[in-house]
Design a protein around this ligand. Structure first.
Ligand SMILES: Nc1nc2c(c(=O)[nH]1)N[C@H]1C(S)=C(S)[C@@H](COP(=O)(O)O)O[C@H]1N2
Ligand SMILES: [Mo]
Length: 423
């Protein structure tokens, strides 16, 4: 499966021009400086990435045959995937298996269609009036080397929904499942520990059931009407077409992804992505590098790039090659935050978006936590010849990508070299 080339996507929608003077300064644009005076303009670098990805433009990762979002008409209604027909079941797992599971999970008030008390969309949105949360998340697949998109998601924390079930006991894991044509072979499920669902450390974001994306109802292609959103995680925890929450005392994380040799608890990675570079560039003209960077679990320090002159016999370099580790990496520049007032849907105050200060409305970090921003660098004066360029992120602990996690099954984070020629 190939990701869609997002480097060319939406070029015009939110193109942002920034001045070359800030490139030359070699400093990283800080969130607080976003509104500061533009410096002298020498040349403009246009940001090729919209800040929020339109719902239809995300790269889609979906199982099913037919894929649930391709259903229409009565089939969509039968799948409980329309706003009117959507229902959420919450049930407890009777399973016991000593010594792992000595006692079965219990809940006072299961929510089921047969009892007529399954949660519907108006009731979920009503909960959103008092408990609603919003945040901007980069969606990224553990196994795909390009970010899938970034959205502003709104919904209700999972813990508020679980409270509807009254008292619960012996629950150590919470599973969520979407619609999959009722075919067990197509089930795609994910899970969290009870604690991850119920408790949120300061500055972090709770797991929530999302029902709006970029200010609109979530369309079927993005997992609507209701999708789970796990802020710190890769996409596989954010189950689309959510229909069933299953509470169990089995502590083992039996996520579908875990069965495919992935670490089911690996959070979103801090990683930089380099856009395509023209293959051939005229000598004397600047070479503009652009790309995206996700600020993952381990935080963000900077994006760096390294241009390596190639000769006839330059060997390919592994990501941990000594030459690469010793190379003169240079800092790239982040594009500043967007103009929030024109970007955000009406009625959404920045003060209530997680990751922004609730007093000033400014981002608490840039990129936003678990968010994505675009970066750029301009290369000048390269002599004729062949080159290879790489970008990498350095996390808040000072680890340069792909460290400290060379295990690719905890998230693809390899460097992505691109080559070009100056002619
Ligand atoms: N129901 C369901 N939810 C799912 C999946 C799926 O196949 N079925 N794929 C997951 C994976 S692996 C990823 S990376 C994300 C992708 O989200 P997107 O299609 O909105 O970009 O959805 C997740 N949620
Ligand atoms: Mo994924």
């Amino acid at each position: 499966m190939q990701p869609k080339d997002i480097s060319r996507r939406g070029f015009v929608q939110t193109a942002t021009a920034i001045t070359a003077a800030s490139l030359l300064g070699g400093r990283t644009t800080q969130a607080g400086e976003a509104g500061s005076q533009p410096l002298e303009a020498a040349a403009d670098v246009i940001c090729p990435h919209p800040f929020l990805t339109p719902a239809a433009d995300f790269f889609t990762v979906a199982r099913g045959n037919p894929k649930p979002h391709t259903l229409t008409g009565q089939a969509l209604a039968d799948a409980r995937m329309t706003p009117d027909t959507w229902r959420l079941e919450i049930t407890a797992d009777p399973y016991v298996e000593p010594p792992h599971v000595r006692l079965a999970a219990e809940i006072d008030r299961p929510l089921t269609p047969s009892e007529g008390n399954a949660l519907d969309l108006p009731a979920l949105m009503e909960l959103g009036r008092s408990h609603g949360v919003a945040f901007i998340k980069a969606m990224q697949c553990l196994n795909i080397p390009t970010p899938l998109g970034q959205g502003l998601w709104e919904g209700v924390p999972l813990r508020e929904v679980l409270r509807l079930c009254g008292r619960t006991n012996n629950i150590r894991r919470i599973y969520f499942q979407g619609f999959h044509n009722n075919d067990p072979g197509q089930v795609f499920q994910s899970s969290l520990s009870y604690t991850q669902a119920m408790e949120t450390p300061p500055g972090e974001l709770p797991v929530f059931l999302a029902y709006r994306l970029n200010g609109e109802p979530i369309p079927p292609v993005r997992g609507g009407p209701v999708r789970m959103l796990v802020p710190w995680a890769h996409g596989f925890k954010s189950i689309k077409w959510l229909q069933h929450i299953f509470l169990t005392n089995d502590y083992r994380a039996n996520d579908t992804y875990a069965l495919q040799n992935n670490d089911p608890d690996s959070p979103l990675k801090t990683a930089a992505y380099l856009d395509e570079v023209p293959r051939s560039i005229e000598a004397g003209r600047p070479v503009t590098l652009t790309g995206l960077v996700i600020s993952g679990y381990s935080g963000f320090e900077r994006v760096e790039y390294w241009v390596r002159p190639l000769t006839e016999d330059s060997p390919p370099l592994a990501d941990d090659a000594p030459e690469l580790l010793r190379a003169p990496w240079k800092p790239a520049e982040l594009f500043p935050p967007p103009d929030w007032d024109s970007l955000l849907p009406e009625g959404i105050s920045r003060r209530r978006i997680l990751g922004f200060s609730d007093t000033t409305g400014e981002p608490l970090s840039w990129p936003l936590r678990y968010g994505m921003a675009a970066w750029h660098a301009v290369l000048e004066g390269l002599p004729r010849g062949r080159y290879e360029v790489r970008a990498r992120a350095v996390d808040a602990n000072g680890f340069a990508q792909p460290e400290p996690r060379p295990q690719q099954k905890s998230g693809r984070n390899a460097l992505q070299p691109k080559s070009f020629e100056v002619v």
